[in-house]
Write a protein that binds this ligand. Structure first.
Ligand SMILES: Nc1ncnc2c1ncn2[C@@H]1O[C@H](COP(=O)(O)OP(=O)(O)OP(=O)(O)O)[C@@H](O)[C@H]1O
Ligand SMILES: [Mg+2]
Length: 419
């Protein structure tokens, strides 16, 4: 089969000693370098049987699959073009599919895959993620209600400061996005930054708190300093409930209290110049957010980012299937069958379906695109993950909504119940 003497020799060695993984990896590399991807792929399968999590082999496998998919790209594109209007765009498929990048996106959905450009390296003392998103609200599928609220409470006032003044509204203070996990809070916040042509600066509250005691306030100060320096900037605080006494392991500690106070001081327009710094917080558990943070002038506007509607589900599915070889996927049909699924659940379905097609491809040595039956199989294995969240939410709207903070949530729960 092989006329390359080096490869031939190595294969002879492997015949006698099949367990020599480094040798097999060398063979795979040589085969890939010679463009013999199908053979390389079958060697990858043997190597993975031996060591299923070997990073080097996985990377080679992705490279070979991608190369083969490039060859199969045309037929995949044709298949895509013939599916319904809601199918994955052909250009996504025929751009040659980069499995490695695509895996990265699905592997960690919290990592904003939509961010295209990293701005300058962090200055010393900076924490968090700093990016300049190209994404805008137009990239957010469905969720019209969320977009409307963002327009009213943040984008409108920022774009029309004079008008906002006349109506006594402003973009000052913070906006709190809340809802079940994996439904687009981070995604939406990043889109707001893109919409404003602003930097997106994402901070996990835990990253500030986990540092050794006494540093939390300093860290927070640094974060605001950086955000002001990078204005216009959307300063995104994720998991803001970590500052709440109910959940934190630092519960009751004076350190936590002073961190909350520091945050209030930094947010306070009287003591801080936050011109061009738009503060958005996110939480899955708004009921655990420190009450001091929810007072007027602080995170006083709450926006529910609920489960994705059908249109949002189509966008999410499209996002997670782009850059993969697909055939005959009817996104509308999948969206119709995934009523209670979160964005994270949908990402999981796409990932499982892709793995099924990939396993088949490895077995046969030829790329087999992801099809509807893979999606169906993945769907059968994946249950909606937000049940527990809705249970907490139900208690809150029933027993802890005296001030009407959760009216929007209550209304949403009613529409769900009535369906
Ligand atoms: N409306 C939408 N349109 C397109 N894609 C979406 C939409 N909503 C969510 N997504 C996709 O779903 C993924 C998960 O969303 P995201 O990470 O923003 O959720 P989250 O609410 O911040 O989750 P967590 O609670 O885990 O922090 C995003 O990376 C994005 O690709
Ligand atoms: Mg998030």
């Amino acid at each position: 089969m092989t006329d390359d003497p080096v490869i031939a020799n190595l294969l002879t060695v492997l015949d006698a000693n099949p367990e020599l993984l480094p040798v097999r990896i060398s063979v795979i590399e040589l085969l890939a370098a010679r463009g013999r991807h199908a053979e390389a792929l079958s060697q990858c399968a043997t190597a993975l049987a031996q060591d299923p999590v070997n990073a080097q082999v996985t990377a080679l496998l992705q490279r070979c699959t991608a190369a083969l998919a490039g060859a199969a790209g045309e037929s995949a594109a044709a298949a895509l073009a013939s599916t319904t209007s809601a199918a994955v765009e052909p250009e996504a498929a025929d751009s040659g599919y980069d499995w490695e990048a695509a895996e990265e996106q699905v592997g960690d959905i919290i990592q904003p895959a939509f961010v295209n450009e990293r701005s300058e390296p962090y200055a010393e003392g900076d924490v968090g993620l700093f990016e300049r998103p190209k994404l805008t609200l137009a990239d957010v599928g469905g969720m019209e209600h969320v977009k409307q609220q963002l327009e009213l409470s943040l984008l409108g006032p920022v774009r029309n400061p004079e008008l906002a003044k006349a109506f006594g509204t402003s973009a000052r203070g913070g906006l709190l996005l809340y809802g079940p996990p994996g439904c687009g809070k981070t995604f939406v916040a990043s889109a707001v930054a893109g919409e404003l042509g602003a930097n997106f600066y994402a901070i996990e509250i835990a990253d500030i708190l986990n540092w050794y005691t006494g540093r939390s306030e300093y860290n927070l100060k640094q974060v605001f300093r950086t955000a002001r320096r990078k204005a216009p900037c959307v300063l995104f605080f994720d998991e803001i409930d970590a500052l709440g006494h109910k959940r934190s392991h630092l519960s009751g500690s004076s350190s936590l209290r002073s961190t909350v106070n520091q945050l209030l001081t930094e947010m306070d327009s009287m003591t801080s110049d936050n011109e061009g710094v738009y503060i958005i917080g996110a939480t899955n558990h708004p009921w655990d957010v420190d009450v001091a943070l929810r007072r007027p002038g602080r995170f006083d506007r709450m926006v529910l980012v609920a489960l994705p509607d059908p249109e949002a589900r189509v966008s999410i599915l499209r996002h997670h299937l782009k850059d993969r070889p697909v055939e005959g996927i009817d996104l509308n049909a999948v969206a119709a069958r995934t009523e209670s699924y979160s964005g994270a659940d949908l990402a999981q379905i796409c990932k499982s379906a892709t793995q099924l097609a990939m396993a088949d491809s490895i077995r046969t040595g030829a790329v087999r695109p992801v099809r509807m039956d893979d999606i169906a199989a993945a769907l059968a294995q994946t249950r909606p993950s937000t049940g527990a969240w809705f249970e907490s939410a139900r208690n809150v709207v029933e027993f802890a909504n005296n001030d009407g903070s959760y009216d929007e949530l209550a209304a949403y729960m009613r529409t769900r119940d009535n369906r």
